[in-house]
Design a binder for this molecule. Sequence first.
Ligand code: ZN
Length: 482
Amino acid sequence: MKPTQPAPLLIVIASYDANGNGINDYDPAHPELVTDKTSPIYGEQWALTKPEDCYETFFGENSYSMLNYYKEMTNNKFWFYPVHIDHPQKEGALEGILEITVPIPHPAAMRNLEGYDNRIAAQKAIATIVKACDPYVDFAKYDLNGDGIVTPDELAIIILNAGYDNASTKPDLAFSKVREENGPLPSHRYMVHGTSQPTDVTMRGDVKIVKISNVGELTSYGPMSIGTPAHELAHNLGAQDMYSRFTHPHERVPGWPIPANLSLMSRGNKMEGGSRPAYIDPYQRVYLGFSEEELAEEDGIYTLYSTRSGKYKVLKITTPDPKEYFYAEVRLKDGFESALTPGDSKGGVIFWHIDDDINDEWFLKAQCVSSNRPNGQHHDLGNAVHVRNMFPKVVGPDGEMIKYGPHFTLEREFCEDPFYYKSDDPETSLYDSSAFCGAASFSYSLNSFPADVPYTWKLTVEVLDEPGDEMRIKITRGATKA
Ligand SMILES: [Zn+2]
């Protein structure tokens, strides 16, 4: 499923016509009729978005569009372009976008009807919408490998559901306490959660659609921005969530050090209301084939390049444990990442500690950075970010910093300056792995040390340049003499 070339994308703007009469029956004088289960128009909800409203957001050539987001992040290896509409709905219709109206209630209403629950309602809504697209696009020709399945790397589909997207909307709690039934407009109470969903719909030419992305058309900030769609579509390509998935609320660990702003798959989809999403973390940029790795097996000086230089690479710094290594990359606050952190820091080098013992077990289960407790125990993060100014400092008797604690301090905001770079302050240029520990193991530098490796082994890196497109770093590995 890993993308090897740019993929066509179909955007489906979906309206719910509960009684199937082809007319939007919402009546401002009787808003209760769309939320009253006994009403014939229960769950009626029509989209406010028009194709011309979202074309530029997704496909604009000269704007901060989703097309340009993927082009920038992948150095022109991959992006989503508008699929050709073979049989347009009207003359002069835009490419890549369909307006579909289905004769069913919105899934957040449908789930309350007899015989339905959340899962069944979502599946039915999605399958109905996908099938309704069949007359307009010749899906069979996108099954490039002829396996009878149009996979998301051959043709991606995202549904913009009429109404709000739950994850980026301030609900109207005065109306209802029930999640996903309290959208802020009386005509648009029903919300969906942005998801990447399996489906199973057979189209003309006997090909199947098996996976789609599903989001609301609106957010509290206005029309759906690109952050959440970019996140959900990355899932379709094989990317995994980088936040605490499947962690029970009572097991949540405050400050669990997820990649947060530094990955689209964590909280990076939300930057600037989703209009300036962060790139995917380097582990998954390599995993998806978007970026190359350079191997640093020898100590010495290496040059890192920013994404927008066109020469971005992830530097893989090996350790005595073949399953553990460090990644170094440049993240500058420019282009799509201009809102990567608050404040006016410039960016710099970010270090990551990768543990493939963890990832082999947890990555494909979307839990490699999760704070869940599968056997009553936490595990370390397989994709752990090592940033400055986010972890509490453990200090010595004279107040000198010795090391960091295992979890982020509890400030809600991401810190302004998590980066490493050369400056007048020596602290900003020196990365030392022995200051960082595993969130579960509390083991410093490495999560596990091979038998012949002393616990004093560490990686130190001096960043030799100020924030910029090219940044040199000097790597030193080894045990300090006792
Ligand atoms: Zn996700």
